[in-house]
Design a protein around this ligand. Structure first.
Ligand code: KG4
Ligand code: ZN
Length: 331
């Protein structure tokens, strides 16, 4: 089976062709990030308009890269993100996916964006062993998920307030580092002293939920009380975020036997988080799946992977399916 995956839930237009065996035949991603930088965050109207311009060329580029003819590609389905995400952006991808599915006379598969993130490790390790404990950390979500196998997963914990990436973006904005905030804080943190600032330790209990909003406020309060170098703020903040994320990962590993741990979502590109995750896996003799940055952030390949999973289960959508901007993982 061969599936075309279309992702337009936020600022990336991602299209990819994936076939059985998690064989990636092409993947093309266009980002409208440059349009949003000056606004300190993704502007939904601008993101939606950008998708309208890029969706057609990106689909054609992904088909060409896979050696397929746009008039009659040999595809078994078109998979598309229908939520969660920005409704205007989702609708552009969904309308395009419906048109292609109708024109090519193949089924449409509706994919949850977060489920797509869970399959990113497969794109580089098609033969990986299940189950996996996956930490999904992005600008909009922070969840710890037990993935028993493709199509079978349980959310063990999630943030009760801000997402980890959102906290990075807010602290970076306060430090005047621009948007998105993760990469500059990650770079600066390497040169700072994490002990220059004492930050509260959040969520110390047995539960597997996360909280980052108190941490963000504590950084701002501490910085206002006395002058602290930006690098020290970055190092202390990053240390506290990674500490909380990995502490919950370790707690979950104590309760669930898995073959590996995995990171997914934009924050999975974080160097400190990757190093800490690799160390946790090495200590336990299990695999660490740390996808390349291109598969950590939004892309069409992970949506095509979810598409293959659902197509194999006969779970296809009608052409009347709508977008669901708040679709929770597993709902
Ligand atoms: O998954 P993603 O590309 O988009 C969604 O939110 O769906 O994630 C974007 C988030 C942003 O908050 C960005 O600041 C964060 O990922 N990010 C990072 C790093 N690179 C991107 N956070 C920490 N360290 C990084 N190196
Ligand atoms: Zn995402």
């Amino acid at each position: 089976m061969r599936v075309l995956g279309i992702e337009t839930s936020c600022d990336e237009t991602g299209v990819a062709v994936l076939s059985t065996g998690w064989h990636l035949e092409s993947s093309v991603v266009e980002s409208s990030m440059a349009l949003h930088r000056d606004f300190g965050g993704v502007v939904p109207e601008l993101a939606g308009r950008a998708h309208v311009e890029t969706i057609g060329p990106t689909v054609r580029a992904a088909l060409a890269q896979a050696g397929l003819d746009v008039r009659a590609p040999q595809l078994d389905a078109v998979a598309v993100t229908t939520g969660p995400g920005l409704v205007g952006s989702l609708l552009v991808g969904l309308a395009a996916a419906k048109a292609y599915a109708l024109a090519w006379d193949v089924p449409l598969v509706a994919v949850n964006h977060l489920e797509g993130h869970l399959y990113a490790p497969l794109l580089e390790s098609p033969d990986l062993a299940w189950p996996l404990l996956t930490l999904l950390v992005s600008g909009g979500h922070t969840q710890l998920v037990l993935v028993e196998a493709p199509g079978h997963f349980t959310v063990l914990g999630e943030t009760i307030d801000d997402a980890a990436g959102e906290a990075y973006d807010k602290v970076a904005r306060w430090l005047g580092l621009g948007y998105p905030g993760g990469p500059p804080i990650d770079r600066l943190a390497g040169t700072g002293d994490p002990t220059a600032l004492t930050l509260p330790v959040s969520m110390t209990g047995e539960g597997l939920d996360f909280s980052f909003s108190g941490l963000k406020s504590a950084v701002v309060r501490a910085g206002e009380r006395h002058a602290v170098a930006a690098a020290d703020v970055a190092a202390a903040f990053q240390g506290a975020v990674v500490e909380q994320l990995t502490r919950k990962m370790v707690q979950a590993l104590g309760r669930h036997r898995v073959a590996g741990v995995a990171l997914a979502g934009g924050v999975a590109a974080n160097r400190a988080l990757r190093a800490a995750t690799a160390a946790i896996a090495a200590e336990r003799g299990i695999a660490a799946h740390l996808p390349s940055p291109a598969y950590c952030t939004d892309n069409g390949a992970m949506i095509a992977a979810a598409g293959l999973v659902h197509l194999a289960a006969g779970d296809v959508a009608g052409l009347d399916v709508g977008a669901d901007p708040t679709w929770a993982l597993g709902a």
